[in-house]
Design a binder for this molecule. Structure first.
Ligand code: HEM
Length: 468
């Protein structure tokens, strides 16, 4: 007689946390969590690492009714993001908070709405369109370097990077013609985001809601007004016919009825949020790591000298789109930095129905926290995991298993739409900055990581820059 296939579960054993979670995996008890609150607030990454170290690859937090698990095994992460992606939605507290700002933009929407929006936006990220990104990235890097002291000195590369990446996103996605309204839009986005971050300081299972509703409503109203101004100006200029930027594409989608007008606002806001701080963070951490690892920086400098002839003072030239394929070391410096400091340090999903992760059944409604930060530090996949070694990504690159576990841009259908955009941008900004300068730790600078929406240095990052 055949019956339904039994759901495989881990061998039943008595778990100390059995009363506090239906998931058959070890994990902290309520008193551990209470004791950990200050640590979660101060250093969520260290908390994650300690939880993983103590309880293993699948950790069940003590949440009996709405289970939460930390996922650190590559197989379970793949199951959630790729193989059974339909079984895991983005209806999580993390994305719920974000959607207060982004509405149903690409990052936070689901199902048919998401599919339509992805289809509408995809052409703007086509490799052909990325040459504009290349051009704007180099121009932004030149402005950033122009602000550096001529003879060398200490600069906040984080502040410079934030400004540069903002310019690139604004100009390539919305066009330079709306730059001024675009800047107001960005300011409004950042204000609203700050309120949201205040509400969900950490995506770890200790939500700390502070009802800043009124401030959020105000910020969202300002956001709506500036998004409206960006659209109105472009409409007034009648430039939506043949411009290839995202704004033009989305306006055409609205005109043809493929996108509801409110969808336009949501996507503009989403792109600012998803495409600004993430790339700035990647750049900042790459510069930080290169400043500490002079040998790795030397290899990048060698490549830049060979391809571009070095800085202007040595008769060199700025990089272009066509140089990208000749800059594998520069790109690898970024990719290895995204391994150690993935800006999106956790990805959250919610089980639509019961699922099985590495042999352990998790009920419908379970929130899974997939941590690229921990996945990228698995020693069997990334030997000497804490070491910054861009060579891992050069030539043959990562092996098959390590590649599957390397997820700074996510994986599966919800893979970052801006991945190539980001890699082109970060590689060329880095190339333009480092062809004429070297970076070194600033005397007395203490770098502290702050993991909020993205992983960033708290209070900026000062480095010493020297012309070379
Ligand atoms: C180094 C820079 C970047 C990193 C590390 C990054 C990371 C990610 C990750 C991890 C996801 C998936 C989230 C999840 O599965 O829960 C994602 C999605 C997304 N990213 Fe990025 N991103 C970067 C740059 C960009 C840029 C430059 C843009 C746009 C200009 C962008 C736009 C988006 C959008 C719209 C989504 C949602 C895609 C969808 O669900 O269809 N990102 N990003």
């Amino acid at each position: 007689m055949t019956g339904p296939t039994p759901v495989p579960t881990a061998p039943q054993r008595s778990r100390a946390n059995a009363r506090y979670t239906p998931v058959d995996a070890d994990g902290p008890l309520p008193h551990h969590m209470v004791a950990a609150v200050p640590r979660i607030r101060a250093d969520p990454l260290a908390f994650l690492a300690s939880v993983h170290e103590r309880w293993g690859d699948l950790v069940a937090f003590p949440m009996p009714r709405l289970p939460v698990v930390l996922v650190t095994s590559p197989t379970a992460a793949r199951r959630i993001l790729v193989d059974n992606h339909r079984g895991w939605s983005k209806r999580t507290a993390q994305y719920g908070a974000l959607s207060a700002v982004t509405g149903s933009g690409l990052l936070t929407s689901e199902g048919e709405v998401w599919r339509e929006r992805r289809r509408a936006a995809q052409p703007a990220f086509h490799p052909g369109g990325l040459s504009a990104v290349a051009e704007q990235s180099v121009a932004a890097a030149q402005r950033m370097r122009a602000a550096w002291p001529q003879g060398g000195g200490v600069v906040d590369v984080d502040a410079g990077g934030l400004q540069a990446t903002l310019e690139v996103v604004g100009r390539t996605l919305f066009g330079a013609d709306v730059a001024e309204d675009g800047e107001r839009l960005v300011a409004a986005v950042l204000e609203a985001l700050e309120v949201v971050v205040g509400r969900v300081r950490t995506p770890l299972p200790l939500w700390l809601p502070t009802p800043a509703r009124r401030r959020l409503r105000r910020a969202v109203a300002a956001l709506d007004a500036s998004a409206g101004a960006v659209v109105a100006r472009r409409r007034a200029q009648g430039a939506d016919g043949d411009d290839g930027d995202l704004l033009a594409l989305l306006l055409r989608a609205v005109d043809s009825g493929d996108l509801a007008p409110e969808g336009l606002r949501d996507e503009l806001v989403t792109m600012v949020i998803a495409g600004h701080e993430t790339v700035a963070s990647a750049l900042t951490w790459t510069l930080h790591l290169l400043s500490r690892e002079q040998e790795a920086q030397g290899r990048v400098a060698e490549e830049l000298d060979a391809v571009l002839g070095g800085g202007d003072a040595r008769g060199g030239r700025p990089p272009t789109w066509d140089d990208l394929r000749s800059l594998p070391r520069t790109r690898a410096a970024v990719e290895e930095s995204l391994r150690l400091f993935p800006p999106a340090w956790v990805l959250s999903r919610r089980a639509v129905a019961e699922d099985v992760l590495d042999g352990v059944a998790v009920p419908a409604g379970t929130t899974a926290i997939v941590s690229p930060w921990l996945l990228h530090r698995r020693p069997e996949l990334f030997p000497d995991p804490e070491a910054y070694r861009p060579e891992r990504f050069e030539e043959g690159g990562l092996g098959r298993e390590a590649r599957a576990a390397y997820v700074p841009f996510g994986a599966g259908p919800r893979l970052c739409i801006g991945r190539d955009f980001a890699l082109v941008e970060a590689t060329l900004v880095l190339a333009e900055l480092l062809r004429g300068a070297s970076v070194h730790p600033a005397p007395g600078e203490r770098v502290r990581v702050e993991a909020l929406v993205t992983m960033r240095p708290r209070d900026g990052l000062r480095l010493e820059v020297r012309p070379r």
